[in-house]
Design a protein around this ligand. Structure first.
Ligand SMILES: *[C@@H]1O[C@H](CO)[C@@H](O)[C@H](O)[C@H]1NC(C)=O
Ligand SMILES: *[C@@H]1O[C@H](CO)[C@@H](O)[C@H](O)[C@H]1NC(C)=O
Length: 347
């Protein structure tokens, strides 16, 4: 279409609307965007505004942060970067039991930042049954309180929680996947809530841990997306990599718990450069680059649908521990130099 024709079409408001919808869908490349988790547990990391500049420089359009940090939120203003913001586990009790706390949290940390693009609020990260003994309902209460506070502020931001592979059992073969019943005590009401809101469940998926724990029984190629033939057959699907197998085991588990309509966002994944079996820079680079390519196309159960994914993490974090492997997940070193060469960008 030549520009003059565009101009003629655009003279009608209806057509203008149509045109903008067509353009928007044509240019909507966000589906395959891979985000990066910005953990701050290091005493040598760049300033928040330098970090946001790095996201811009490397065209990383999505970020996950683990707690409120006003300096980081200020740096994100107007950036267009989409943010998953966590409410850390230790704050859940208060927000669950005092609706005023939820209102206050939303006012101070979301409403104040009208020019920050909040994608999801994650209430809690990898909560375990031991964290909630005798108070299994606080998670859903906190989620409801935050959701209500957001709608009272006329903000439509999905509220969810982040879980992890430890909440599932029988994950192999994937179709057998189901929730560990102890986790379901607090996750079942959350699943029902997410279904009613059509909001996704966030799940941290690390093939590295499965691979490491298998002591080499799982082939490295299966964990790094480099296997190209054969594969494991299961329920009519073929699995060439552990990432898909893990993800589809979560889909299978959701199906068995009334969550078959839910979408899963992979809220963390990565490969460390130190501290475990085949944890090194070379494998981390292979994993990350293959991951970015792979998630555009979906898992066997959701073929063709890009998987919204966040890499853990932006930096090596030297305040983490006590295990060595916890400190070496960075795409970048704290001096901003790349540790991992991302060869084709983040989409
Ligand atoms: C379920 O989780 C609980 C609590 O973490 C754990 O003790 C139990 O072994 C798990 N059950 C299965 C079948 O994995
Ligand atoms: C890797 O596996 C070994 C057992 O083979 C275990 O001792 C170690 O804690 C595991 N490391 C990680 C990072 O999971």
């Amino acid at each position: 279409m030549r520009m003059s024709e565009v101009g003629m079409l655009a003279s009608s408001p209806m057509l203008l609307l149509l045109l903008s919808l067509i353009m928007a869908s044509f240019f909507d490349t966000t589906a395959g965007q891979v985000g990066v988790c910005y953990g701050e547990k290091g005493n040598n990391l760049p300033s928040n505004s330098e970090v946001v500049d790095m996201y811009k420089k490397y065209k990383i359009r999505r970020m996950r942060m683990y707690d409120v940090n006003p300096n980081a939120l200020n740096a994100l203003r107007g950036s267009g970067i989409e943010l998953i913001l966590d409410i850390p586990n230790h704050k859940i009790d208060d927000i669950a039991n005092k609706p005023m706390e939820a209102t206050k949290w939303v006012r101070e940390n979301v409403e104040m930042y009208k020019d920050v693009r909040f994608r999801y609020i994650s209430v809690g990260n990898e909560l375990k049954p031991e964290d909630l003994v005798g108070k299994e309902t606080i998670l859903i209460q906190a989620i409801r309180n935050i959701d209500k506070a957001l709608s009272e502020a006329r903000l439509s931001i999905p509220v969810s929680t982040t879980t992890y592979m430890g909440a599932f059992t029988d994950t192999y073969p994937p179709s057998r996947g189901r929730f560990n019943a102890t986790y379901l005590n607090f996750l079942q009401p959350v699943i029902d809530f997410l279904v009613s809101k059509r909001s996704p469940l966030l799940v941290n998926i690390y093939t590295f841990f499965g691979y490491n724990d298998s002591k080499g029984k799982i082939p490295l190629e299966y964990a790094l997306f480099t296997q190209t033939s054969g594969g494991e057959r299961d329920s009519g699907y073929t699995y060439l990599n552990l990432f898909d197998a893990n993800l589809d085991s979560v889909y299978a588990a959701l199906e068995k718990s009334g969550g078959q309509s839910l979408e899963i966002v992979v809220s963390e994944t990565g490969w460390p450069t130190k501290g475990g079996l085949d944890a090194n820079k070379e494998n981390a680079e292979i994993y990350i680059n293959n991951l970015i390519k792979h998630v555009k196309n979906g898992s066997p159960r959701k073929q063709g649908k890009a998987i919204e994914t966040y890499i853990f993490a932006m930096f090596n974090e030297n305040d983490k521990g006590p295990q060595e492997y916890e400190r070496y997940w960075g795409l970048f070193f704290p001096d901003k130099k790349p540790q991992i060469e991302v060869t084709n960008g983040f989409n």
